[in-house]
Design a protein. Structure first.
Length: 348
């Protein structure tokens, strides 16, 4: 519905552009440039459809008001040739602008795919390394356990050898513990960069990166960012990753929704020295909020179940908090709060 209204507005813009171009063209006696300008504005802001509507209206107006003899539709000879050249120039300009828009759109889609691919690749590499690192001491422990059982089963039991096997189990267990500790540190990541970050830029960047998917899946996106939103101190890339992950999760959760509009809202506000950013969806909702933050918990076929735990650790490293709650009607709201930079300055 909102999308239809948006489309209608672009066609109204096309009609308006012609209505404005006509008196100016009349006054300046410069119909070609004025109507060309109208067609360019319509196709730049509305796309190919509104561009061609402008061409159609402009051609009729040009034909009727400007070709000699005036106030006639049917012309021949030189006037007819002028009309043909006029239409050809307008079609060419509109086609060029449409091609540029297509190129921009495909670039945006490629960037979004790249962002998603990078995220997935990082996750896959990470889990592959976890599996590899942990499986080695675990298989050694199993092998030593089996050896220990064998040494104890002989008659008389070989206590010295069994003791050696148990000692190796303890050593390998400690090794596995160390590896997990190391991974935890990795998980916590290096301390985030400390630079002023405008969350409004990050939100706009993420929305723009995901525009292709938003249009394809017919998701209505509402972004509400006050102009005077204070900056936060943090790591732009990490915060972008958090937002990207929360928005992707929100969109995933609405993929199967058919009985209500797929609506995604991103809002930021400042409250008591914290900048709060809410990502709300109208998706399937969450029954257990503690569970979704657990590492490796996923309900998706190709999910890793690490997104939310990484988001949480990033936000906590920014001295903030991330939490989820049920939406007022349906779906879910994830909120993260980070101290605003003014708060940081006061504290120093
Ligand atoms: P992944 O996306 O790889 O599954 P996450 O840690 O990002 O990993 O999410 C874990 C799980 O939490 C998801 O599989 C999904 O079941 C649930 N979840 C996350 N965000 C939402 C949401 N907005 N709505 C419904 N479920 C969600």
């Amino acid at each position: 519905m909102r999308e239809d209204y948006g489309r209608l507005k672009t066609y109204l813009l096309a009609v308006l552009a012609c209505a404005i171009a006509l008196p100016i063209a009349w006054e300046l006696n410069a119909p070609s440039s004025c109507f060309l300008l109208a067609a360019m504005v319509s196709s730049l802001y509305g796309g190919r459809g509104p561009g061609y509507v402008t061409i159609l209206i402009s051609s009729i107006l040009f034909d009727f008001f400007f070709l000699l003899p005036r106030f006639h539709f049917l012309h021949s000879g030189e006037s007819f040739l002028r009309l043909v050249v006029f239409i050809a120039a307008m079609v060419l300009a509109t086609a060029l602008i449409a091609a540029r828009r297509r190129a921009e759109e495909s670039l945006r889609q490629t960037q979004a795919k790249l962002a998603q691919a990078t995220q997935t690749a990082t996750m896959s590499q990470f889990s592959a390394s976890v599996i590899h690192e942990i499986s080695q001491p675990l298989s050694a422990m199993v092998a030593n356990g089996q050896a220990c059982i064998r040494w104890l089963a002989v008659d008389p039991p070989n206590i010295a050898h069994a003791k050696g096997a148990v000692e190796r189990i303890v050593r390998d267990g400690k090794d596995a513990g160390e590896i997990i500790k190391g991974l935890r540190t990795l998980f916590r990541r290096s301390p985030p960069k400390k630079e002023p970050v405008d969350l409004r830029h990050i939100v706009n960047e993420v929305v723009s990166l995901l525009r292709g998917r938003v249009v394809k899946e017919k998701v209505m996106v509402e972004v509400n960012l006050p102009k005077d939103l204070p900056t936060v101190i943090g790591d732009r890339i990490q915060l972008q990753q958090v937002l990207m992950n929360l928005v992707l999760n929100a969109m995933d959760s609405m993929q199967t929704v058919t009985d209500r509009p797929k609506a995604l809202a991103i809002r930021s506000t400042e409250q008591e020295g914290m900048v709060l950013t809410e990502i709300s969806d109208q998706g399937v909702g969450i029954a257990n909020f503690d569970k979704v933050f657990e590492t490796f918990f996923t309900t998706k076929e190709d999910g890793m179940g690490m997104g939310l735990s990484i988001c949480k650790s990033i936000i906590e490293a920014h001295e903030g908090r991330l939490w989820g709650s049920p939406g007022p009607v349906a779906g879910t709201v994830f909120t993260f709060a980070i101290p605003s930079s003014t708060e940081g300055a006061e504290a120093e």
